[in-house]
Design a protein around this ligand. Sequence first.
Ligand code: ADP
Ligand code: MG
Length: 273
Amino acid sequence: KSNSTDASHLVNASNAPDTRPTPAVEARHLVKNYGQLSVLRDVSFTVDEGTVTTIIGASGSGKSTLLRCMNLLERPDQGELAIADERICFDRNPQATSQGLSRIQIQRLRSRATMVFQQFNLWPHLTVLGNVSEPPIRVKGMSRQQANKLALHYLERVGMAERADSYPAFLSGGQQQRVAIARALAMEPSVLLFDEPTSALDPERVNEVLGVIRDLADEGRTMLMVTHEMAFAREVSDQLIFLDEGVIGAAGTPEQVFHSSNTRCRRFIAPAA
Ligand code: ADP
Ligand code: MG
């Protein structure tokens, strides 16, 4: 009798609306080695849709490697990765190199997770408009006319539409980085990845880029970011992850991580707290 009561309770529970947030990123047990060097050692975390996660940690702790694994610029040796509805398990073919994944899989993952690099990485021979419209044309097969329209929309969004016909060399670092953000947005990804987006900028250019990132956070974009701007990370992040020699040493809300019981985490954060 009590069994049937339990069962009916379960049915009711499963009919209740699911209020859990959808993970946009789910990384499970990721392992990455460079030869003898193990850079990521069993890293698991999720990024919920519409939230900002920031990875912090000392230089060499594996932050860039972790971010680059998210869009397969680096291929994890083990573990599982899901970006939106695209799920890849890396243990299944341990011998395979990146060719072991289909080009389609890699391309789908890359269009769901787009990267903004420290050094901008704009194509010097393309105009600002060309830089932003080229990826949707190449990867999504969008018409040039449609891609230009989309590009202008996102250039507007980062305040760079007036420079659509300029070449990158004629822009400041901050302007180049805003174009790089527009380029990442134009792929309409599920998650934006930022690897120290302001570290290469002159100090007076940092805020214009942080301002754009803050606006994107406010409009509910899902983002995974590496930054040394601790005050900014504390302000915009829903989740902070402290990476320590390839292992997550602390994770939680910024307040939790700023008051973590992990001594290495506390020592890392101390100058900013
Ligand atoms: P972070 O971004 O936190 O500074 P990285 O992910 O760039 O750290 O690097 C983590 C470790 O992996 C460092 O010891 C670095 O030297 C090493 N590493 C990174 N990329 C490579 C590579 N392509 N080949 C060999 N070692 C690498
Ligand atoms: Mg790095």
